[in-house]
Write a protein that binds this ligand. Structure first.
Ligand code: ADP
Ligand code: NI
Length: 213
């Protein structure tokens, strides 16, 4: 088991070597560590959780649209590493369920999926979440803030993927929604602290924007 985890760590290091959109290797590594901690608390299957966490972004629709539908990269890694067919299907199902898609987001069917989704979403909030949002915004040519553009709070998957907005709006369109979408008890507790930190950050940002501070 350790051997395949080491192989997966090496594999994702290569895949994300040139990512500057907030989906770099260290994002995957943090999701792997957090998912493992949640899985231990929840007594979930560690092999499935750890491999799904490590492979969760390799076929992401934004990063690898041509392999997204069939999860080609994840499947080929798992086949080369002789992972059983049923385990592979469980992992690919989690990867399919994990992503935030506005009101089309899904709650993963398995406990393992819930652990990985929570870990991925925790990495989108708090101090690191703030850094990732602005990295993503810069990488996708979005402005930091424009008070004349209102957030769209009720998007489906297609609108969420295609709409043009600002990074500050992204806090309202996604990040402030995540606390109430956590699946596991431990993630709900961690999310509360991270959300409080983001709210303070946005409040400070708006004060500075208005020239109050
Ligand atoms: P998921 O991990 O649920 O698939 P994404 O890949 O869309 O979600 O988001 C991953 C990271 O990119 C998060 O930290 C998120 O805040 C950031 N991000 C995604 N879309 C935007 C956006 N429109 N503006 C700023 N940051 C974004
Ligand atoms: Ni991710």
């Amino acid at each position: 088991m350790q051997n395949i985890i080491d192989n997966a760590l090496e594999y994702v290091k290569e895949v994300f070597e040139t990512d500057y959109s907030g989906h770099d290797y260290f994002h995957t590594f943090r999701v792997y560590k957090t998912a493992t901690n949640i899985a231990i608390k929840e007594k979930a299957n560690l092999e499935i959780v750890q491999l799904a966490a490590l492979l969760h972004d390799v076929d992401d629709v934004k990063l690898s649209p041509e392999t997204h539908t069939n999860k080609d990269k994840a499947r080929s890694f798992l086949r080369i590493n002789s992972v059983e067919e049923t385990t592979m299907e469980a992992i690919c199902q989690i990867i399919d369920e994990i992503s935030y898609k506005g009101k089309d987001s899904v709650i993963p069917k398995t406990l393992e999926g819930k652990c990985v989704q929570d870990a991925d979403r925790l990495d989108a909030i708090g101090a690191i979440g703030i850094a990732r949002a602005f990295a993503y915004g810069g990488n996708h040519n979005r402005v930091i803030h424009n008070p004349n553009i209102n957030p769209n709070l009720d998007m489906d998957a297609k609108e969420y993927r295609n709409h043009i907005s600002t990074t500050i709006n992204h806090f309202y369109e996604k990040l402030f929604k995540l606390k109430d979408l956590m699946n596991t008890d431990i993630a709900k507790i961690i999310a509360q602290d991270r959300e409080r930190y983001m709210k303070e950050y946005i409040s400070e940002f708006m004060d500075e924007w208005e020239g109050i501070r």
